[in-house]
Ligand binder design. Structure first.
Ligand SMILES: C[S@@+](CC[C@H](N)C(=O)[O-])C[C@H]1O[C@@H](n2cnc3c(N)ncnc32)[C@H](O)[C@@H]1O
Length: 281
């Protein structure tokens, strides 16, 4: 079992989550690099197999048939559905409007981008950003098969998205921020990217009690969206402290994970959170 020493204990400095211009020291930097490698390896395997199968799915995220309607699934490719590794359906409750510019953080095989693109129509545009090249390849192949013109997939980190300030109406994300060691950095990036008055709707994993250190330091738990699950109150505080307003927990259900007899797993929740950037920010 691989152990993380400091990633979840010490907040990385700004720069660690971005482009590699990191000035952090030794152990912490190594942990960050190992974590990124492990996430890319796991989700790269899912992309290459084209399905979120049982062996990879242990204690992580849902599958498409439990999160999306049959009607939604009939409009996308089986490969996009098969690679779905989300824990909610943010597009289903985000009230995506025609003409909007939407960004999906950690877009995976593209399922939420394709659904959002149906709602924006050709007058709008959907961008997906992901750091795993095999996922990007799969998402682009899916876009070609579906012949959608209003979706673009970008390589990048959600901590440093290669897009201009105040360029997005709606940011969505599905089971990705739990994987990020520095959630504050991610919410600051969301704030930078949104237009004044813009909103985010993200599905994520959080916990109602502090997770044990051994879970937080376990690489397998982290890449399964569990080890990095933030305490719900801290997660919501981070959002408010970043400057967002009208915060709303839109859905809140138990997060299904292999119990393994660990009591702490019962505190895991799958939530969908919405908040707005003030119109005058
Ligand atoms: C649990 S999957 C969810 C994928 C997709 N949102 C869905 O619902 O199917 C996590 C995805 O986020 C990507 N990811 C994780 N951390 C990331 C980061 N820091 N920057 C960019 N992409 C990241 C992974 O490569 C993977 O494709």
């Amino acid at each position: 079992m691989k152990l993380l020493n400091s990633v979840n204990v010490v907040q990385p400095r700004t720069g660690c989550g971005g482009t590699g211009n990191c000035t952090c020291k030794g152990e912490q930097h190594n942990d960050m690099t190992q974590l990124v490698d492990a996430i890319q390896e796991r989700y790269g395997q899912i992309a290459e197999r084209g399905s979120f199968n049982e062996s990879l799915a242990s204690s992580c995220c849902g599958n498409a048939s439990s999160l999306y309607s049959d009607t939604d699934l009939s409009t996308i490719t089986p490969q996009a559905a098969g690679a779905s590794a989300g824990c909610g359906n943010p597009v289903g409750i985000a009230d995506v409007k025609p003409g909007e510019t939407v960004l999906d953080l950690g877009s995976g095989g593209g399922i939420d981008c394709f659904l959002a693109a149906q709602a924006t129509g050709d007058a709008g545009h959907v961008y997906g950003v992901d750091m795993t090249l095999a996922m990007l390849k799969l998402a682009r192949e899916n876009a070609e098969k579906l012949d959608v013109q209003n979706v673009t997939f970008l390589a990048g980190r959600i901590e440093a998205v290669p897009m201009p300030d105040e360029s997005i109406d709606l940011i969505i994300s599905n089971c990705v921020i739990a994987l990020a060691p520095d959630k504050k950095l991610v919410f600051e990036e969301i704030f930078r990217l949104l237009k004044p008055g813009g909103r985010f709707v993200v599905a994520d994993v959080v916990s109602t009690t502090e997770l044990p250190l051994e879970a937080r330091r376990n690489m397998a738990e982290w890449v399964s969206c569990i080890g990095g699950a933030d305490l719900m109150s801290r997660y919501l505080d981070r959002i408010s402290e970043t400057g967002f307003v009208d915060l709303d927990v839109m859905t809140d259900v138990p997060f299904q994970s292999d119990a393994d007899g660990d009591q702490w797993r019962e505190s895991l929740r799958g939530v969908t959170v919405r908040a707005f950037k003030p119109a005058s920010a």
